[in-house]
Ligand binder design. Structure first.
Ligand SMILES: O=C(O)CCC(=O)C(=O)O
Ligand SMILES: [Fe+2]
Length: 282
Protein backbone atom coordinates (compact mmCIF):
# COMPACT_ATOMS: atom_id res chain seq x y z
CA UNK A 1 0.00 0.00 0.00
CA UNK A 2 1.37 3.35 -1.02
CA UNK A 3 0.93 6.03 1.66
CA UNK A 4 1.30 9.72 0.73
CA UNK A 5 0.48 13.13 2.14
CA UNK A 6 -2.24 15.21 0.51
CA UNK A 7 0.08 18.16 0.14
CA UNK A 8 2.83 16.29 -1.59
CA UNK A 9 1.84 13.49 -3.94
CA UNK A 10 3.06 12.31 -7.28
CA UNK A 11 -0.02 11.57 -9.37
CA UNK A 12 1.67 9.15 -11.73
CA UNK A 13 3.00 7.00 -8.89
CA UNK A 14 -0.52 6.79 -7.40
CA UNK A 15 -2.05 5.74 -10.73
CA UNK A 16 0.73 3.16 -11.21
CA UNK A 17 0.22 1.77 -7.70
CA UNK A 18 -3.52 1.33 -8.31
CA UNK A 19 -3.07 -0.41 -11.65
CA UNK A 20 0.29 -2.19 -11.51
CA UNK A 21 1.35 -2.14 -7.84
CA UNK A 22 -0.41 -3.24 -4.65
CA UNK A 23 -3.74 -1.83 -5.87
CA UNK A 24 -4.17 0.37 -2.76
CA UNK A 25 -3.21 3.97 -1.95
CA UNK A 26 -3.88 6.00 1.18
CA UNK A 27 -3.74 9.80 1.10
CA UNK A 28 -3.18 11.13 4.60
CA UNK A 29 -4.90 14.15 6.16
CA UNK A 30 -7.35 15.06 3.42
CA UNK A 31 -10.40 15.91 5.55
CA UNK A 32 -10.90 18.00 8.68
CA UNK A 33 -11.78 16.29 11.97
CA UNK A 34 -14.97 18.42 12.11
CA UNK A 35 -16.29 17.25 8.73
CA UNK A 36 -15.55 13.64 9.55
CA UNK A 37 -17.21 13.86 12.91
CA UNK A 38 -20.33 15.49 11.35
CA UNK A 39 -20.54 12.67 8.80
CA UNK A 40 -19.99 10.05 11.52
CA UNK A 41 -22.81 11.41 13.66
CA UNK A 42 -25.26 11.28 10.75
CA UNK A 43 -24.20 7.78 9.71
CA UNK A 44 -24.59 6.54 13.28
CA UNK A 45 -28.00 8.16 13.64
CA UNK A 46 -29.31 6.41 10.52
CA UNK A 47 -27.61 3.10 11.32
CA UNK A 48 -29.17 3.05 14.76
CA UNK A 49 -32.69 4.00 13.69
CA UNK A 50 -33.26 2.12 10.44
CA UNK A 51 -34.14 -1.50 9.72
CA UNK A 52 -31.26 -3.74 8.68
CA UNK A 53 -30.49 -2.84 5.03
CA UNK A 54 -29.17 -4.91 2.16
CA UNK A 55 -25.47 -5.72 2.42
CA UNK A 56 -23.08 -7.97 0.47
CA UNK A 57 -20.50 -10.73 0.82
CA UNK A 58 -21.78 -11.33 4.36
CA UNK A 59 -22.74 -15.04 4.21
CA UNK A 60 -20.58 -15.81 7.26
CA UNK A 61 -22.15 -13.03 9.32
CA UNK A 62 -25.63 -14.16 8.30
CA UNK A 63 -24.95 -17.83 9.07
CA UNK A 64 -23.55 -17.00 12.51
CA UNK A 65 -26.43 -14.69 13.47
CA UNK A 66 -24.19 -11.60 13.37
CA UNK A 67 -25.47 -9.81 10.29
CA UNK A 68 -26.86 -7.02 12.49
CA UNK A 69 -23.24 -6.14 13.39
CA UNK A 70 -22.44 -5.31 9.72
CA UNK A 71 -24.57 -2.32 8.81
CA UNK A 72 -25.09 -0.20 5.71
CA UNK A 73 -26.42 3.31 5.30
CA UNK A 74 -27.33 3.91 1.64
CA UNK A 75 -28.30 6.94 -0.43
CA UNK A 76 -25.79 9.28 1.18
CA UNK A 77 -26.36 12.09 -1.35
CA UNK A 78 -29.92 12.24 -0.02
CA UNK A 79 -28.96 12.11 3.67
CA UNK A 80 -27.01 15.37 4.18
CA UNK A 81 -25.04 18.02 2.28
CA UNK A 82 -21.87 16.92 4.11
CA UNK A 83 -21.75 13.78 1.93
CA UNK A 84 -21.84 15.86 -1.29
CA UNK A 85 -19.05 18.01 0.18
CA UNK A 86 -16.83 15.06 1.12
CA UNK A 87 -17.14 13.32 -2.25
CA UNK A 88 -16.49 16.57 -4.16
CA UNK A 89 -12.99 16.89 -2.70
CA UNK A 90 -10.39 18.19 -5.18
CA UNK A 91 -7.98 15.30 -4.53
CA UNK A 92 -10.72 12.83 -5.52
CA UNK A 93 -11.49 14.76 -8.71
CA UNK A 94 -7.83 15.18 -9.60
CA UNK A 95 -6.99 11.48 -9.24
CA UNK A 96 -10.21 9.95 -10.55
CA UNK A 97 -10.25 12.25 -13.61
CA UNK A 98 -6.88 10.81 -14.61
CA UNK A 99 -7.67 7.21 -13.64
CA UNK A 100 -11.22 6.83 -15.02
CA UNK A 101 -11.59 9.78 -17.40
CA UNK A 102 -12.67 13.35 -16.75
CA UNK A 103 -16.37 12.49 -16.86
CA UNK A 104 -16.11 9.68 -14.27
CA UNK A 105 -19.21 9.02 -12.18
CA UNK A 106 -20.21 7.54 -8.85
CA UNK A 107 -21.74 4.05 -8.92
CA UNK A 108 -22.57 3.76 -5.24
CA UNK A 109 -22.12 5.82 -2.09
CA UNK A 110 -22.85 4.25 1.28
CA UNK A 111 -21.47 3.81 4.78
CA UNK A 112 -20.15 0.44 5.93
CA UNK A 113 -20.29 0.18 9.72
CA UNK A 114 -18.86 -2.77 11.64
CA UNK A 115 -19.83 -3.07 15.28
CA UNK A 116 -17.53 -4.88 17.74
CA UNK A 117 -17.76 -8.62 17.11
CA UNK A 118 -18.61 -8.28 13.39
CA UNK A 119 -16.98 -11.21 11.56
CA UNK A 120 -16.17 -9.34 8.30
CA UNK A 121 -16.79 -10.25 4.66
CA UNK A 122 -15.58 -12.86 2.22
CA UNK A 123 -12.76 -11.52 0.06
CA UNK A 124 -14.24 -10.43 -3.25
CA UNK A 125 -13.87 -8.03 -6.16
CA UNK A 126 -16.32 -5.20 -6.89
CA UNK A 127 -15.72 -4.79 -10.60
CA UNK A 128 -16.09 -5.41 -13.53
CA UNK A 129 -19.07 -6.43 -11.43
CA UNK A 130 -19.44 -7.98 -8.02
CA UNK A 131 -21.08 -11.13 -9.42
CA UNK A 132 -17.99 -11.90 -11.48
CA UNK A 133 -18.01 -15.38 -9.91
CA UNK A 134 -20.56 -16.03 -12.69
CA UNK A 135 -17.77 -15.35 -15.18
CA UNK A 136 -19.67 -17.04 -18.02
CA UNK A 137 -22.10 -14.09 -17.97
CA UNK A 138 -19.26 -11.68 -18.94
CA UNK A 139 -17.57 -11.10 -22.33
CA UNK A 140 -14.85 -13.33 -23.69
CA UNK A 141 -11.32 -12.10 -22.97
CA UNK A 142 -12.33 -9.56 -20.31
CA UNK A 143 -9.25 -8.59 -18.32
CA UNK A 144 -7.95 -6.01 -15.87
CA UNK A 145 -5.41 -4.28 -18.12
CA UNK A 146 -7.20 -0.94 -17.73
CA UNK A 147 -9.15 0.55 -14.82
CA UNK A 148 -12.86 -0.28 -14.87
CA UNK A 149 -13.57 1.18 -11.47
CA UNK A 150 -11.93 2.63 -8.41
CA UNK A 151 -13.18 2.19 -4.86
CA UNK A 152 -12.62 4.77 -2.15
CA UNK A 153 -13.10 4.63 1.58
CA UNK A 154 -13.22 7.58 3.95
CA UNK A 155 -12.63 6.31 7.49
CA UNK A 156 -14.99 7.74 10.11
CA UNK A 157 -13.25 5.74 12.86
CA UNK A 158 -9.75 4.37 13.33
CA UNK A 159 -9.37 1.53 10.84
CA UNK A 160 -6.76 -0.66 12.51
CA UNK A 161 -5.91 -4.33 12.13
CA UNK A 162 -7.98 -4.94 15.27
CA UNK A 163 -11.03 -2.84 14.33
CA UNK A 164 -11.51 -4.37 10.88
CA UNK A 165 -9.62 -2.20 8.38
CA UNK A 166 -10.50 -3.51 4.91
CA UNK A 167 -8.37 -6.54 4.01
CA UNK A 168 -6.76 -6.92 0.58
CA UNK A 169 -4.30 -9.11 -1.29
CA UNK A 170 -1.61 -6.85 -2.82
CA UNK A 171 -1.36 -7.09 -6.61
CA UNK A 172 -4.39 -9.39 -6.97
CA UNK A 173 -6.06 -6.84 -9.28
CA UNK A 174 -3.58 -7.68 -12.04
CA UNK A 175 -5.18 -11.02 -12.88
CA UNK A 176 -8.94 -10.63 -13.06
CA UNK A 177 -10.37 -13.44 -10.94
CA UNK A 178 -13.10 -13.70 -8.28
CA UNK A 179 -11.35 -15.27 -5.27
CA UNK A 180 -12.57 -18.42 -3.54
CA UNK A 181 -11.40 -20.74 -0.77
CA UNK A 182 -9.12 -22.39 -3.35
CA UNK A 183 -7.00 -19.24 -3.64
CA UNK A 184 -3.98 -18.28 -1.58
CA UNK A 185 -4.69 -15.44 0.83
CA UNK A 186 -1.45 -15.81 2.81
CA UNK A 187 -0.16 -12.41 1.72
CA UNK A 188 -3.32 -10.64 2.91
CA UNK A 189 -2.80 -7.12 4.32
CA UNK A 190 -5.12 -4.44 5.68
CA UNK A 191 -5.82 -0.85 4.58
CA UNK A 192 -5.07 0.74 7.94
CA UNK A 193 -6.03 4.42 8.03
CA UNK A 194 -7.32 7.14 10.32
CA UNK A 195 -10.24 9.56 10.26
CA UNK A 196 -9.20 12.37 7.87
CA UNK A 197 -7.48 9.98 5.44
CA UNK A 198 -8.76 8.96 2.01
CA UNK A 199 -8.13 5.44 0.73
CA UNK A 200 -8.36 4.38 -2.93
CA UNK A 201 -8.28 0.79 -4.14
CA UNK A 202 -8.70 -0.94 -7.45
CA UNK A 203 -12.07 -2.72 -7.51
CA UNK A 204 -10.42 -5.72 -9.18
CA UNK A 205 -8.19 -6.19 -6.12
CA UNK A 206 -9.38 -8.97 -3.77
CA UNK A 207 -10.64 -7.28 -0.63
CA UNK A 208 -13.29 -7.29 2.08
CA UNK A 209 -14.17 -5.98 5.52
CA UNK A 210 -12.10 -7.68 8.25
CA UNK A 211 -13.47 -8.85 11.62
CA UNK A 212 -13.90 -6.07 14.15
CA UNK A 213 -12.16 -7.47 17.24
CA UNK A 214 -11.89 -4.08 18.94
CA UNK A 215 -14.22 -2.54 21.49
CA UNK A 216 -15.31 0.32 19.20
CA UNK A 217 -17.27 0.68 15.97
CA UNK A 218 -15.49 0.86 12.60
CA UNK A 219 -17.39 2.94 10.06
CA UNK A 220 -16.18 4.08 6.64
CA UNK A 221 -17.83 5.87 3.75
CA UNK A 222 -17.56 3.47 0.83
CA UNK A 223 -17.63 4.92 -2.68
CA UNK A 224 -17.54 3.28 -6.09
CA UNK A 225 -16.20 5.46 -8.89
CA UNK A 226 -16.79 4.44 -12.50
CA UNK A 227 -15.97 5.42 -16.05
CA UNK A 228 -19.04 7.13 -17.49
CA UNK A 229 -20.08 4.16 -19.64
CA UNK A 230 -20.46 1.55 -16.88
CA UNK A 231 -23.86 0.88 -15.33
CA UNK A 232 -23.77 1.66 -11.58
CA UNK A 233 -24.81 -0.91 -8.96
CA UNK A 234 -26.81 1.64 -6.93
CA UNK A 235 -29.56 3.74 -8.51
CA UNK A 236 -28.47 7.01 -6.91
CA UNK A 237 -30.75 9.22 -9.01
CA UNK A 238 -34.23 7.86 -8.32
CA UNK A 239 -33.88 8.63 -4.59
CA UNK A 240 -33.42 12.34 -5.23
CA UNK A 241 -36.08 14.95 -5.92
CA UNK A 242 -36.02 17.54 -8.72
CA UNK A 243 -34.89 20.31 -6.36
CA UNK A 244 -31.79 18.37 -5.38
CA UNK A 245 -31.00 17.57 -9.02
CA UNK A 246 -31.46 21.20 -10.07
CA UNK A 247 -29.56 22.79 -7.18
CA UNK A 248 -26.64 20.41 -6.59
CA UNK A 249 -23.16 21.45 -7.71
CA UNK A 250 -21.69 20.67 -11.14
CA UNK A 251 -19.42 18.10 -9.50
CA UNK A 252 -22.36 16.28 -7.90
CA UNK A 253 -24.26 16.41 -11.22
CA UNK A 254 -21.29 14.75 -12.88
CA UNK A 255 -21.06 12.12 -10.12
CA UNK A 256 -24.75 11.28 -10.53
CA UNK A 257 -24.32 10.85 -14.29
CA UNK A 258 -26.72 13.75 -14.95
CA UNK A 259 -24.29 15.41 -17.35
CA UNK A 260 -23.98 12.32 -19.54
CA UNK A 261 -27.25 11.82 -21.38
CA UNK A 262 -27.29 8.06 -21.94
CA UNK A 263 -29.42 5.99 -21.99
CA UNK A 264 -31.47 8.51 -23.95
CA UNK A 265 -35.06 8.25 -25.19
CA UNK A 266 -34.01 8.48 -28.84
CA UNK A 267 -37.48 8.11 -30.29
CA UNK A 268 -38.64 11.44 -28.84
CA UNK A 269 -35.40 13.39 -29.38
CA UNK A 270 -35.68 16.45 -31.64
CA UNK A 271 -31.96 16.36 -32.51
CA UNK A 272 -31.29 15.21 -36.06
CA UNK A 273 -27.55 14.71 -35.73
CA UNK A 274 -25.70 14.56 -32.43
CA UNK A 275 -22.53 12.53 -31.99
CA UNK A 276 -19.29 12.60 -34.03
CA UNK A 277 -16.46 14.99 -34.83
CA UNK A 278 -18.04 16.21 -38.04
CA UNK A 279 -14.81 16.10 -40.04
CA UNK A 280 -16.45 14.84 -43.23
CA UNK A 281 -18.74 17.86 -43.33
CA UNK A 282 -15.81 20.31 -43.57
O1 LIG B 1 -16.39 -2.21 4.71
C1 LIG B 1 -15.35 -2.57 4.15
O2 LIG B 1 -14.26 -2.63 4.74
C2 LIG B 1 -15.35 -2.99 2.71
C3 LIG B 1 -16.72 -3.20 2.13
C4 LIG B 1 -16.70 -3.75 0.73
O3 LIG B 1 -15.68 -4.02 0.16
C5 LIG B 1 -17.96 -3.98 0.00
O4 LIG B 1 -19.04 -4.01 0.60
O5 LIG B 1 -17.91 -4.18 -1.25
FE1 LIG C 1 -16.03 -4.55 -1.95
Amino acid sequence: MLSVEKTNYNKQSILDELLHGSGVVVIRNVYSKEDISTAREIVNKFAENQDQKESHFNAEAEASGKIHLQQRVWNLFGKSQIFSDLISNDTIFDLMSSFLGTEFTCGSYCASRLLPGAPGQELHIDYPYWDYYKSETFPLGLNSSFPQNCQATIPLDICSELSGATAYVPGSQKKLHYPSDKDDFSNQKQMTADPGDLVFFNGNCWHGASPNNSNHQRAVLLIEFLPKYIKPVEDLVTYLNDDFKKNCSEKVKQLLGLNYKYPKIMDVSKTVNDIGLGYKAK
